[in-house]
Write a protein that binds this ligand. Structure first.
Ligand SMILES: [Zn+2]
Length: 119
């Protein structure tokens, strides 16, 4: 991937990051003020345990957090010029895929395979 491409995807990732960071703030704020509809018996540290799956807001926050981590990893890869490579087969990830999902770690083929395995 050339410099211009890297710059392009870096911008995409920064935008995506800003978007998710805002979303995260919003949801975290909701959890900090449990006075309205829900009570939150689980602490942030418990997210990831099976008991948390009823806590919809918590899950949203958790997945936003994960997404931000993934975006940071992708930005790191841009810095290392390792961006756009499938983590599984080391082939280039399709450009069109990266445009939609700049933080994608796997190429379409590997992603499909992974989804089949998960089923
Ligand atoms: Zn692959």
């Amino acid at each position: 991937m050339n410099k211009r491409d890297l710059k392009f995807f870096q911008n995409l990732l920064m935008k995506e990051k800003a978007k998710f960071a805002r979303g995260l703030d919003k949801h975290e704020h909701k959890i900090d003020t449990p006075s309205d509809t829900f009570a939150y018996p689980y602490h942030m540290a418990d997210i990831g345990s099976e008991t948390a799956d009823k806590e919809e807001e918590s899950i949203i926050v958790s997945s936003y957090g994960n997404r931000l981590t993934v975006i940071d990893e992708a930005l790191e890869k841009i810095r290392n010029k390792a961006y756009g490579k499938c983590e599984k087969c080391s082939k280039k990830i399709e450009r069109e895929r990266l445009k939609v999902k700049p933080y994608a770690k796997l190429c379409v083929k590997c992603k499909e395979q992974e989804e089949k395995m998960a089923r």
